[in-house]
Write a protein that binds this ligand. Structure first.
Ligand SMILES: [Zn+2]
Length: 70
């Protein structure tokens, strides 16, 4: 399962050096953990990734989603 949403931020993108006000957050969910990928709202390059334990596993999750990293 993956989902994309916007998130408000205030930081300077390391790729395009622009001050950005929001990022795309792509959420990849698997049975055991959730990976969040933050993309610059200007150049759409990856700013950072985060992993956390999946507190609410989805019945529709699949470990194959882990390979779909941007
Ligand atoms: Zn950028």
């Amino acid at each position: 399962m993956s989902a994309i949403r916007k998130k408000s931020v205030s930081l300077v993108c390391p790729h395009c050096s622009r001050k950005i006000k929001w990022t795309w957050v792509i959420r990849y969910e698997s049975l055991s953990f959730v990976r969040l990928v933050y993309l610059c709202g200007n150049c759409e390059q990856v700013i950072k990734t985060e992993s956390e334990k999946n507190k609410f596993p989805s019945a529709f999750s699949s470990s194959s989603m882990l390979t779909q990293i941007v």
